[in-house]
Design a protein around this ligand. Structure first.
Ligand SMILES: *Cc1c(COP(=O)(O)O)cnc(C)c1O
Length: 343
């Protein structure tokens, strides 16, 4: 049986959150003397702790109620908050499917929570039979599924995700950082079906706001209220909120960029197939592609020498480079260099 109360770290369950000046009074006023701010300037006031305007825009455009939205200082903050809300240091465990995004492990270690790393199978899919025995462990509180997965680029099969969601009585966080580049709908449409589901998204990839630091968690209102209780009161600055609001008003421009990136992704895949040293191009539903290439370490270093930086993932998957999709010009420069390998 799923019981949210049993999953919450006991001190968090009891916690009375800090009540900020902006919490205690939120109406209209002409003179603000409640938060020890400097009365002069343009960034002198504390920001809205609940990012109301940004959430309203997300709510309208993504057709989800505001009380199901949490905004963090990047998804990385949300990942850390999930550990702090749902796991007890030393006692509890979390689980990921590797290879995957590195922050789950870092956050687990910071929180002193054991992380079980289940290897993905040869198609980078979840091995359900191997996973099932772990799902009954009462100390396992949190599972991260990254789909499309970083660094492999593939979507995780929905049947496999459903079987984890349905069998597991802890929290399942599906990280959809790359969902805008995939031909797939978001798991947030399943929030009513699964009370243990949290969907993570970010403004850092498709929305082009990596510098601003804006991450989203979608879940049911109870889970959202615990995240709100634990977060620092002003976790999202006014500048970040404004950047997010502007982005939500520029939907058409972002949609066009996504189309261009997807077009470039397809072109890059085609051209890479012509390069002899490229052994494998893994199918991608993200804005990067993972390739297996002969002498990956040497290729990596020779690209650096001319100022092109890709991600060397050879330590995780032998002889692989992860290449983000750049502009047409950047991609051409990369291809030009890789083609020189042939000669
Ligand atoms: C890039 C990325 C993020 C984004 O994190 P932010 O803190 O929002 O920038 C989250 N999850 C995955 C899997 C990523 O690759």
């Amino acid at each position: 049986m799923f019981s949210l109360e049993n999953l919450i770290r006991p001190n968090v369950l009891k916690l009375s959150p800090y009540s900020s000046a902006r919490d205690e009074f939120t109406g209209e006023a002409s003179i603000w003397l409640d938060a020890n701010e400097n009365p002069y300037g343009t960034l002198n006031r504390y920001p809205d702790p609940y990012q109301t305007e940004l959430k309203q825009l997300i709510s309208e455009q993504k057709e989800i109620k505001e009380d199901r939205i949490f905004i963090g200082n990047g998804s990385d903050e949300v990942i850390d908050l999930l550990f702090r809300v749902f796991t007890q240091p030393v006692l509890d465990k979390a689980l990921t499917f590797s290879p995957t995004y590195g922050m789950y492990k870092v956050s687990a270690e910071i929180n002193d929570v054991e992380l079980i790393e289940m290897p993905l199978d040869e198609n980078f899919q979840i091995n359900i039979d191997a996973t099932i025995p772990y799902l009954d462990d009462p100390q396992l509180k949190l599972i991260f599924i990254c789909s499309p997965n970083n660094p492999t680029g593939n979507l995780i099969s929905s049947e496999k995700i459903e079987s984890v969601l349905g069998r597991f009585n802890g929290i399942v966080a599906i990280d959809e950082a790359y969902i805008d580049f995939a031909n797939s709908t978001s798991w947030k449409s399943k929030l009513d079906e699964y009370p243990n589901l949290i969907v993570l998204q970010t403004f850092s990839k498709a929305r082009g706001l990596a510098a601003a630091r804006l991450g989203i968690a979608y879940s049911n209102p109870e889970i959202i209220s615990f995240l709100n209780k634990v977060k620092p009161p002003y976790n999202v600055s006014l500048l970040n909120q404004q950047a997010g609001i502007e982005s939500m008003r520029n939907e058409a421009e972002i949609a066009a960029q996504i189309e261009t990136i997807k077009f470039e992704r397809a072109r890059l895949v085609m051209e890479l197939q012509e390069i002899e040293q490229v052994q494998c191009i893994y199918p991608s539903d993200a804005n990067f592609i993972l390739i297996e290439i002969e002498h990956a370490n040497d290729v990596y270093l020779s690209l650096i020498r001319i100022g092109i930086i890709v991600r060397n993932r050879s330590k995780i998957i032998p002889n692989t480079l992860r290449i983000s999709i750049g502009t047409e010009k950047e991609n051409n420069k990369l291809l030009e260099e890789l083609k020189k390998l042939n000669s």
